[in-house]
Design a protein around this ligand. Structure first.
Ligand code: LMR
Length: 397
C-alpha cells in the first residue's frame, strides 16, 4: 500500500534544521528555527532548570500518571505567570488550565475542543502567521481564514486593515492573536492597539485564542502580558496556549498549557470537561518532567529570581544582536534600510529577502532562513555576524 504514496514536503521550519545538519560548510549559519543561542552559539540548559532537576531527581517518588489535565500545582503556577496572582480571573475561579505538550500541543487541544463544541466557527489567523497554525486547525477539520496584519512594504503592522477585518468577522468565530513577539514578523501591537482589538473582539462576540509562546522575550515577563490582560474583561471568554519551550529553554521537554477563561466558574468547569476529553483521545495525559521543572522554579524564590535573570539575559542578547545586525549590514555597504529590525521584538523578523535571495543565501553561503524571508535573530552571534552580513550583502547585489 505505502508504495503508492507520494512524499509530503519537508516542514517549512523543522525541515530546514534537517538540511542544515547535513550541510558540510564549516561557516554554515542556521537562522531558521526559533531556538535561542547564547554568545557561543549553543542552546544551553538554564542553570535554574538544572538546579530544579537536581531537586526533582532527589525528591520524586513515583512515575504514576498525572491527571488528564496535568498537575494542579503547575496549572496554578501557569495562571499566576499569565495573569498575575491577584487577577480576577483567578480569584473568581473562571480560569482553568490543562497542561499540554508544548505550545503546539496546547493549540491542538484547543483546535479539537473548538471543532467539537463550535464546529461551524472559522479560525482567523494573521497574514502572515506561523506556518504550523493553519496545519493545526485544518488537522482538526476547522475552517481557517486570514486577516491582514503586516504591511511588508513598510515593515510594520497594518493596524487599520486588521481592525477593519475584525469588525467584519461573524459572531462566534475564533481569532488567533500572538500575545507578543509576532511569529514570523516581529511586529507587535501597542497596548493602545490591544485595547482597540479587545473592544472590537468583545463587540463582535469573537472568541480570542491567544498564542503566547514568547513571554519574557519582548519587554519583560510581566510587560508582555499587557495584550492578554486587555482581553480579560468582566465576563469575557478566551483561550490561551502558552509555552515554556523558549523562556525556560525546555524545547524537547514539550511543556506548555491550554488555559480557558469562562464567563463564570461553572462555564469554565463544563468547558474543561470537554478539554479533558480531547486530551484523553489525543495523548491521554501529559508528560510530567517539564511541568515539575517549571513548578519547582516558579515556586522557589531563589530559583525564580535566577530564572528571571536568565530570561532577561536572553532577551537582552537578542536585542543586542538586532542592533549589531543593522550596524554590520550598514558597514557592509548594504543600502536597503534594515533599521526596522532593531525596533522589532522577539526571536523573529521578516527580512524582506525574496525567495531567490533566500535560496542563494542557502546554496551559496550555507545561511539558512525560512522561505518567507523570516530570520531568527536568536541564532545570530558576534562570531557569525560578519559572515552572515557579507552573505546578505552578496545576495542583495
Ligand atoms: C519556530 O517558529 O521556529 C518555532 O516556533 C519552532 C517551531 O516549532 O516551528
Amino acid at each position: 500500500m505505502f508504495e503508492t504514496f507520494t512524499a509530503a514536503p519537508p516542514d517549512a521550519i523543522l525541515g530546514l534544521t534537517e538540511a542544515f545538519k547535513k550541510d558540510p560548510n564549516p561557516h554554515k549559519v542556521n537562522l531558521g528555527v526559533g531556538i535561542y543561542k547564547d554568545a557561543q552559539g549553543k542552546t544551553p540548559i538554564l542553570q535554574s532548570v538544572k538546579r530544579a532537576e537536581e531537586q526533582i531527581l532527589k525528591s520524586e517518588t513515583t512515575k504514576n500518571y498525572l491527571p488528564i489535565d496535568g498537575s494542579p500545582e503547575y496549572a496554578a503556577a501557569v495562571q499566576e505567570l499569565l495573569f498575575g496572582a491577584d487577577h480576577e480571573v483567578i480569584s473568581s475561579h473562571r480560569a482553568v488550565t490543562a497542561q499540554a505538550p508544548g505550545g503546539t500541543g496546547g493549540l491542538r487541544v484547543a483546535a479539537d475542543f473548538i471543532a467539537k463544541m463550535m464546529p461551524s466557527a472559522t479560525v482567523w489567523l494573521s497574514d502572515p502567521t506561523w506556518p504550523n497554525h493553519p496545519s493545526i486547525f485544518k488537522a482538526a477539520n476547522l475552517k481557517v481564514a486570514v486577516y491582514p496584519y503586516f504591511d511588508a512594504a513598510n515593515n510594520c503592522v497594518n493596524f487599520a486593515a486588521m481592525l477593519d477585518a475584525i469588525n467584519k468577522m461573524p459572531a462566534g468565530d475564533v481569532i488567533l492573536l500572538h500575545a507578543c513577539c509576532h511569529n514570523p514578523t516581529g511586529g507587535d501591537l501597542t497596548v493602545e492597539q490591544w485595547r482597540q482589538v479587545g473592544d472590537a473582539v468583545a463587540a463582535r462576540q469573537l472568541l480570542p485564542l491567544i498564542d503566547f509562546a514568547y513571554q519574557g522575550f519582548a519587554d519583560g515577563l510581566q510587560a508582555d502580558t499587557a495584550g492578554l490582560l486587555e482581553m480579560c474583561r468582566p465576563g469575557s471568554e478566551l483561550l490561551v496556549s502558552s509555552s515554556f519551550s523558549k523562556n525556560f529553554g525546555l524545547y524537547n521537554e514539550r511543556i506548555g498549557a491550554l488555559t480557558l477563561v469562562g464567563s463564570n466558574e461553572a462555564a469554565a468547569q463544563t468547558a474543561l470537561s470537554h478539554i479533558k476529553q480531547a486530551i484523553r483521545a489525543n495523548f491521554s495525559s501529559p508528560p510530567a518532567h517539564g511541568a515539575a521543572i517549571v513548578t519547582t522554579v516558579l515556586r522557589d524564590p531563589a530559583l525564580r529570581a535566577q530564572w528571571e535573570q536568565e530570561v532577561t539575559e536572553m532577551r537582552d542578547r537578542i536585542n543586542t544582536m538586532r542592533h549589531l545586525f543593522v550596524e554590520t549590514l550598514n558597514e557592509k555597504g548594504v543600502e536597503r534600510d534594515f533599521s526596522f529590525i532593531a525596533q522589532q521584538r522577539g526571536m523573529f523578523s521578516f527580512s524582506g529577502l525574496n525567495p531567490e535571495q533566500v535560496k542563494a543565501l542557502r546554496e551559496k553561503h550555507a545561511v539558512y532562513i525560512v522561505g518567507s524571508g523570516r530570520i531568527s535573530v536568536a541564532g545570530m552571534t558576534e562570531d557569525n555576524m560578519d559572515y552572515l552580513c557579507s552573505a546578505i550583502a552578496d545576495v542583495l547585489q
